[in-house]
Design a protein. Sequence first.
Length: 251
Amino acid sequence: MKKLFSILFIVLAASVHVTGQIVADKSTKKYIVTLPEDVETMSVSRAGSGELINRFYYWAMDEFSDYKHSIQRDDTLFRGLVVNVSQPIVKKVFGVGYTHTDRILTYDLILDADKKDYTYTFTNFHYKSKQTSPDGEEAMIDVALEEFKGAEKRSLLNEIAEEANAIVEKLKVAGEVELSEEQEAESSEWRDTRKEARAAAQKAAAQAKKEAEAAAKKAAKENAKAEREAAKEAAAKAREAAKGGGGQENE
């Protein structure tokens, strides 16, 4: 408990209140929530080499355990996570009088951590709900967020930004929680295993490439030989035909 209070004190005392706004990415046209333009990275008080991203990994396993989710760990640079989440959100009555129920928000939370610094991006938002109009008409909504055209869109965007920023606040705390000995051991084992698997895959790919090049070379050689033999045979037939033609003219 004392350790938890210390962590909370560090977070409250040292962190800057940073909230991301939901905006459309200029290149992909998708809505994202990420660091404000004037903030390059978030930071924790301390973290060992490669440790911070693993803190987020174990946090995500616990944080989203009640929701449908998946977590992909970067096994090349070992500094990234992609968390795909489908979470229910509470019933909402929008200002235009429409009620949305059975609401599910799906998104990717992309994390990148280098030493003590990290960035986050929420993207690939997908919204699903049952919409009831003021006069009782119902319609199903199941679209990528950027394709949603309802009159209540601005309210929905603000609500999603609030949801994302609530998770950002949890990230600040999670980033300060040191790994347990068991988590450190599991992370190291996973990293070593992935390095070995990647090395084996690279070796297999190199061998496959070598074999493919050898097969292509052999096939090209055989085709060239076949073409030479075919040309030789055609030339012989041409000579025979010429001799035959000459004999008929002498007669």
